[in-house]
Write a protein that binds this ligand. Structure first.
Ligand code: F6P
Length: 376
């Protein structure tokens, strides 16, 4: 039997995953004569040894297919729910890795997956990763696949919301995915011509948002589109969250850590309905009618764009070359038109936020888009 590599997809699904699986399967076979198996449902499939052979017909028709044919989950190797317990299942995964006599394991995912893959690399597996997420927030790579597709879906939604907002003279608050970063909200807001864009990187003052809408009204624009990332926070809430995070960093004993973890969870629960609250506040402050549209998982579904298919294919084939060169413990990152291998240790524990001096921010401000905080 020839050499074999394994693939798994973990975290939230992202358009382009199947294109990457296809590229890995095809280049492994064509260029390096490697066999490929897939593990189902992320790290859980590696633990439960649920596999599928990735060869022949199964690799056909994948370029246009959304989701992941392997399935995915957010399960972590070291904190895996098994029955009624949460356990560290790393050893079981290592056994299964050896059972298939794997040359390497490819883990495709966002920030969390990079972290988990790094753990497996430290535990002795030959790991190579690919960066995917619609949030585009993985560190050390220019871009992640899935982002371009989500961007075009969210932009299309904003385009469509314009005509109804205009006809009814309403505010429409459109919530765009991105719990921690605003790449998608900012990009779609810019491309769709939103009048206000609120992102997690810039906490907002609702009065400044209302003022911007009122100013538009005085200029004869009777409607406004507010694009808000799901993780955007009002200034006072952002302050509360920052304080909780700081306490988490400094909490020494387990009891304190648990208390702060519970407070952080309560904070998340309390702020789940933020977009609805913002819409109600804007109605009250401007006297205009407001409606909310939450785009949600629509942004992750369906056919990937041509750009995402090309990106996923490039990364998939570069990943097989990395395995051939025995470049393990690395993420295949995008650097301009090229790819680069980055140590996983450099990737984990970081998040690529929108820098406040980013050209998209500058362009938004210079085209009179309100970002919710004059200070930027
Ligand atoms: O990480 C990608 C992402 O789509 C985020 O933008 C979003 O906050 C989250 O996943 C939603 O996760 P789930 O599908 O598990 O609810």
């Amino acid at each position: 039997m020839g050499k074999c590599i394994g693939i798994l997809t973990a975290g939230g699904d992202s358009p382009g995953l199947n294109a990457a699986i296809r590229a890995i399967g095809k280049s492994a076979r064509t260029a390096f004569d490697l066999q490929v198996i897939g593990f189902r449902d992320g790290f859980r499939g590696l633990m439960e040894n649920r596999t599928v052979h990735l060869e022949g017909e199964i690799l056909s028709g994948l370029l246009t297919l959304g989701g992941t044919i392997l399935g995915t989950s957010r399960d972590k190797p070291h904190k895996m729910p098994v029955g009624s317990k949460v356990q560290d299942m790393t050893e079981v995964m290592i056994d299964n890795y050896h059972r298939h006599n794997l040359e390497a394991l490819v883990c495709i995912g966002g920030g969390g997956t990079q972290k988990n893959a790094h753990r497996l690399a430290l535990a002795g597996m030959n790991v190579v990763t690919l960066p995917k997420t619609i949030d585009n927030d993985v560190a050390m790579t220019d871009i992640t696949f899935g982002f371009d597709t989500a961007l075009s879906i969210a932009t299309d939604a904003i385009d469509r919301l314009h005509s109804t907002a205009h006809s009814h003279h309403r505010i429409i608050v459109v919530e765009i995915m991105g719990h921690n970063t605003g790449w998608l909200g900012l990009g779609a807001g810019l491309a769709g011509g939103a009048d206000v864009i609120l992102i997690p990187e810039i906490s907002y003052d609702v009065h400044q948002v209302a003022d911007a809408i009122r100013r538009r009204r005085h200029r004869g624009k009777s409607f406004s589109i507010v694009a808000v990332s799901e993780g955007a926070l009002a200034q006072e809430d952002a302050k509360e969250l920052a304080e909780l995070k700081e306490k988490k960093q400094t909490a020494k004993d387990e009891k304190k850590q648990k208390k702060i973890a519970a407070a952080l969870e309560a904070f998340q629960v309390k702020h789940t309905g933020n977009t609805l609250r913002l819409s109600a506040q804007l109605e009250q402050l401007t006297g205009l009618e407001s409606r909310v549209t939450i785009l949600g998982h629509l942004q992750r579904g369906g056919t990937p764009t041509a750009a995402d298919r090309i990106l996923a294919t490039r990364l998939g084939s570069a990943c097989v070359s990395a395995i051939d060169a025995r470049e393990y413990g690395r993420m295949v990152a995008v650097k301009g038109e090229s790819t680069a291998l980055v140590d996983l240790a450099e990737v984990v524990g970081k998040r690529k936020m929108v820098p406040l001096n980013h050209p998209w921010i500058k362009a938004a401000l210079e085209t009179d888009i309100c970002l919710g905080n004059h200070a930027g």
